[in-house]
Design a protein around this ligand. Structure first.
Ligand SMILES: Cc1ncc(COP(=O)(O)O)c(C=O)c1O
Length: 365
């Protein structure tokens, strides 16, 4: 086998004929590109899929979190509780508003916050919690909803990795929070290149989000402004791609689950390998994530065999951008041992088997 010509990347977005057809149809019909009917249709598709009353799309899944926090009244001097294991966009989104992210370690079994650990970090300045559903795994939403009701703290769900994943009560992840946020960046289950979406059941919050993303306009097509807003609007080109991708979501969910199951079967019982578990009835693994002994050596071994991997997020408190003290043992362990295996939708069974064999041979299993 020629590894160079047969390289398996860790991730690659999948765009093809359906996206091309949507884009060409739009170009034959209109040329404004600025958000309009295609964007509204994409928002409706996400609202319908998630069961939310409203969906508002924006440029990306970081700005979406900043807008969610702004709409819920987060500002300078406020504290927002964030997991210490997440993509750095989660805390940065509130840092941008002059608020202070307060980091709480995640649980070792699923890399998700627990309500009791969050309760211990609440101070009189706490304004919101960013609940991240890591890799599509469902948090204990009812515990967070109860905590937030009791304390008056806003619950924002960073569901960037969770399109296609549901809570045990049937709600889509992202619907337990006052606002839920999704990302459509290149590695996500559906992508618009860049893009983000906010869902909410509140008419008032939806209205605030729409104004915040559109210069504070009360309604489109006027230059009358009764509130401060910015420009975080979408484009029709992204919406065309998003509509085509949304039609493929059901089959992508099925395939992502098959991919996880095949890895789990191939890696069963390999000493030194610990894949994070998924309840496949409800949750869709976005990436294949796990803890691997001698992680960096394994990554080099796989690379030499033409297999790409990506190290999982380092603990945020130790990132130079934050440089905080404190001990967060779970996220610190992920910083040493966490690795994402190839996870793209177009991965074949034969490729998964090849990756499984390469990992088994590394550990002598
Ligand atoms: C948990 C989480 N939050 C936020 C983001 C940021 O999304 P975007 O890249 O669309 O800004 C990501 C992206 O990977 C993410 O995984």
């Amino acid at each position: 086998m020629n590894a160079k010509h047969d390289f398996i990347p860790q991730m690659r977005p999948l765009f093809g004929a359906p996206e091309k057809a949507e884009l060409m149809a739009y170009l034959d019909e209109d040329g404004f590109f600025t958000e309009f009917e295609r964007t509204a249709a994409f928002e409706r598709a996400i609202a319908e899929f998630t069961g939310a009353k409203h969906c508002v799309v924006v440029n990306n899944g970081t700005v979406s979190l900043s807008l969610a926090a702004l709409a819920l009244g987060v500002g300078p001097g406020d504290e927002v509780i964030c997991p210490n294991y997440t993509m750095i966009a989660t805390p940065n989104s509130v840092k941008m508003l002059g608020a202070t992210p307060v980091f709480v370690d995640v649980h070792a079994s699923d890399l998700i916050l627990r309500a009791e650990a969050v309760r211990a970090a609440i101070t009189p300045r706490t304004k919101a919690v960013m609940l991240v559903s890591s890799n599509g795994r469902a948090p204990d939403a009812t515990a967070f909803e109860a905590l937030c009701r009791e304390t008056g703290i806003a619950l924002i769900e960073d569901a960037a990795q969770s399109l296609g994943s549901f809570y045990p009560d049937g709600r889509h992840i992202g619907r337990a929070g006052a606002i839920g946020s999704f990302s459509f960046s290149a590695p996500k289950i559906i992508s618009t290149g860049q893009g983000g979406a906010l869902i909410t059941d509140s008419d008032e919050l939806a209205d605030r989000l729409r104004r915040l993303k559109d210069f504070g306009r009360a309604r489109g097509g006027t230059d009358i402004h009764d509130s401060i807003g910015f420009n975080f609007k979408f484009t029709e080109l992204q919406a065309c791609v998003g509509l085509a991708q949304m039609r493929q979501l059901p089959e992508r969910i099925v395939r992502k689950k098959q991919i996880w199951q095949r890895y789990a079967d191939r890696l069963q019982g390999v000493p030194g390998v610990h894949l994070f578990q998924h309840d496949l009835l409800r949750c869709t693994p976005w990436f294949i994530d796990g803890r691997f002994e001698r992680r960096d050596e394994l990554a080099a071994h796989l690379k030499a065999q033409g297999i790409g991997t990506r190290t999982m997020y380092p603990p945020i408190h130790q990132q130079q951008a934050y440089g905080l003290g404190g001990s967060h043992p779970v996220s610190e362990a992920i910083g040493r041992e966490g690795l994402w295996l190839p996870s793209m939708i177009q991965l074949s069974d034969a490729q998964i088997d090849r990756i499984g064999d390469a990992i088994r041979s590394f550990y002598g299993a």
